[in-house]
Ligand binder design. Structure first.
Ligand SMILES: C[S@@+](CC[C@H](N)C(=O)[O-])C[C@H]1O[C@@H](n2cnc3c(N)ncnc32)[C@H](O)[C@@H]1O
Length: 391
């Protein structure tokens, strides 16, 4: 079995040898986002091909454009609720290959010309290789100079400057996570050491007071051996995103749960997984830099972090209910029962698959009591989302 990309393995190993064991979150940061060698960052390989049927994993936009059609429809309703501002800014973070952006732009151009003429689409992706793929994929829309811009990060956008929608799909699950285990010594963190030419995990005290505070808020009835993950970068991301918004919405799609579900006693092994060539396993120390790593998202801490920055939680639902609320049935009329297109679209709705594993959180700022079609059906108790708070 391969340890992974040789230069990346050497770079991480030399950091461990120099400074001693590193928290797992640091290992994951380097494996995925080492500036030159990380899984998402290497410019010497066709990195964009990692996402899709020939790659390691696929996302909703690889399956069918219907999510983009539905999001364009939802954006159009948000635009009306905001009084049709000029521009209506749509910020998409972590757009990957840019497929979803393409689906949203083409739907707006065809069905919502009034919005399309005022639309400013901002893309933010930390991977230069992905940005390159986006430029190629979105070439048809680059003729209109004010339509699409790329910025390096959220910090490049002035606070309270955006009116519109901040969107992400499968961004947060790719942020590095702290991995926690309840041992005989109490809550400990998984750190990564390098011994005899291999990465190995060891248990050590929590790496920061902030992590300890976050875990105190989660609190739980866990038993010895319980493992889980904490995504502090998600909290920082939501804080920064909320601060950029003057008026409008934040819409976050990802696989995840309320904190109550994610940290329940039944989920003893956590949700951390690695993806390579569409096979799933739990060993981050194989194929380092040649496989994706993810963990499910704690939507409660996102909702709470947003509330602390002046966002209100508009609603929380799953992808199936979101798409049904936006009229996916009508969007699919005309497709024959056994067409591959219909089969693909239905995959996004499956009650025991993508339809329910994927959740949609919508938050708003300075929009009085918005009622959104995508949130017509919410199969959750609202109180369950925010019983815990972010540190
Ligand atoms: C799992 S892919 C999702 C791609 C796309 N949204 C989709 O649905 O196909 C995650 C993307 O987020 C980007 N990313 C990860 N962390 C980021 C950050 N902090 N800021 C901007 N982009 C980030 C990665 O480079 C990658 O393109």
């Amino acid at each position: 079995m391969s340890t992974g990309h040789p230069e990346l393995v050497a770079a991480i190993a030399s950091e461990v040898i120099a400074s001693g064991p590193i928290p797992f979150a640091r290992f994951m940061e380097l494996a995925l986002y080492h500036p030159q060698l990380g899984y998402y960052m290497r410019s010497s390989e066709p990195v964009a091909e990692r996402i899709g049927w020939k790659g390691d994993f696929y996302t909703s936009s690889d399956v069918h454009p219907i999510l983009g059609h539905a999001l364009a429809k939802q954006a159009e309703q948000m635009d009306r609720l905001l009084g049709q501002p000029t521009p209506f800014t749509l910020v998409e973070m972590g757009p990957g290959k840019g497929l979803l952006a393409g689906h949203i732009l083409s739907t707006c151009q065809r069905d919502y010309p009034a919005l399309f003429h005022r639309l400013h689409y901002i893309l933010i992706d930390r991977s230069p290789a992905m940005r390159e793929a986006q430029r190629i994929h979105l070439a048809p829309w680059l003729q209109r100079p004010d339509l699409i811009t790329w910025v390096d990060d959220l910090a490049s956008i002035p606070p309270h400057s955006l009116t519109g929608l901040c969107l992400s799909n499968e961004l947060i699950d790719s942020f590095p996570v702290h991995r926690i285990q309840l041992t005989a010594h109490g809550l400990e963190e998984l750190w990564v050491d390098y011994r005899d030419g291999r990465f190995v995990e060891c248990h050590k005290p929590l790496s920061s007071d902030r992590l300890a505070a976050h875990l105190r808020h989660i609190g739980s009835d866990w038993t010895e051996g319980y493992r889980t993950e904490v995504n502090l970068q998600a909290v920082d991301w939501m804080t920064q995103m909320a601060q950029r918004l003057a008026r409008g919405f934040v819409l976050t799609i990802d696989y995840g749960h309320t904190a109550q579900d994610l940290y329940s006693i039944d989920r003893k092994r956590g949700t951390f997984l690695c993806y390579r060539h569409h096979a799933v396993h739990e060993n981050p120390f194989l194929h380092v830099g040649e496989q994706d790593m993810t963990a499910h998202v704690d939507f409660s801490s996102l909702a709470t972090a947003g509330e602390e920055q002046g966002l209100q939680t508009t609603g929380f639902t799953n992808q199936m209910s979101f798409l049904m609320g936006l009229g996916i049935e009508q969007m699919l009329t005309g497709l024959s029962q056994d067409s591959p297109e219909l089969t693909a679209a239905i995959q996004l709705l499956k009650p025991n698959g993508m339809g329910t594993t994927f959740k949609v959180l919508v938050q708003h700022k300075a929009v009085p009591n918005p009622k959104l079609d995508g949130l017509q059906y919410q199969p959750f108790f609202r109180s369950a989302l925010t019983t815990q708070s972010a540190a």
